[in-house]
Design a protein around this ligand. Sequence first.
Ligand SMILES: NC(=O)C1=CN([C@@H]2O[C@H](COP(=O)(O)OP(=O)(O)OC[C@H]3O[C@@H](n4cnc5c(N)ncnc54)[C@H](O)[C@@H]3O)[C@@H](O)[C@H]2O)C=CC1
Ligand SMILES: O=C(O)[C@@H]1CCC=N1
Length: 272
Amino acid sequence: MSFEGKTIAFIGAGVMGSAIIGGLLKKKLVVPEQIIASDPNEQARQAIASQYGIQVTDDNMEAAKQAQIMVLCVKPQFMGKVLPPFYGEVAHLEMVVSIAAGVTLKTIEEGLANMNVVRAMPNTPAQIGEGISVWTCAPEVGEDQRAQAQQILEAMGQAIYVDDEKYLDMATALSGSGPAYLFLFIEAWIDAGVKMGFSRAIAEALVKQTVSGSTAYLNHTGAHPTVLRNQVTSPGGTTAAGLYELERGGLRTAVADAVWAAYKRSQELGEG
Ligand SMILES: NC(=O)C1=CN([C@@H]2O[C@H](COP(=O)(O)OP(=O)(O)OC[C@H]3O[C@@H](n4cnc5c(N)ncnc54)[C@H](O)[C@@H]3O)[C@@H](O)[C@H]2O)C=CC1
Ligand SMILES: O=C(O)[C@@H]1CCC=N1
């Protein structure tokens, strides 16, 4: 299913709107003339227009009217303002994709009076085509539109379809928010190197390559992380001493609690 003859409207041209637009253009799924982005923020409009050469507007309705596909990329808290003007005015849209955390299919379907709704949760590595998205849709969404949704999300990396919306709040907590957990861990790890006496530049280089090298190694071997962790952990050695302190500090329960808190927050955002 191609996007020939289709216009895609983006409502909200911030970090994620820009990531999806960048992916679509890079993969040559569309040309810039097929994209219009609407955003009240002039700086955001200027940035995206100059980066991608797409059309921009500050009028959401103008964007929606021109399009067959609309992608909602505003914060969940703005949905209550964004949806009402569209009510009953966007029956022509063949598909509406929302990436807003927590906001349910039902809220969007009822808010727009259009049942062709896809709910997706990408993450920020999408900006370099290394993201992962989880998505689902209303039963009314046709096969062609489902294929288009998969293509749009794959333009940013991997995309996994799930047949139950409950997994969207879970994915929001696990992979949507996930980059922030990893960045916090990396930050703390670099600071620990600086505390011992490394320069920040060397500490950063050591930690960053350890993260990317270990992830590549994990993917390459396909082994369970426990197996690879045991390879590093010599009896009576340095790693065992370090791991003991991480466990004593409650790393596992802290991670589980963090993901659970994000999951609950995603559910709360859906309640409005
Ligand atoms: N940042 C992240 O890691 C991820 C964010 N998301 C979801 O993506 C959505 C957008 O997030 P970001 O791109 O990070 O936010 P952002 O703040 O970078 O972008 C949102 C854009 O919406 C614009 N906006 C505000 N009110 C508007 C309105 N009434 N009409 C049109 N545009 C309006 C803002 O000016 C801004 O440029 C959120 O719902 C978030 O839950 C999903 C996955 C990951
Ligand atoms: O923090 C948030 O609400 C969004 C959703 C996933 C990542 N950022």
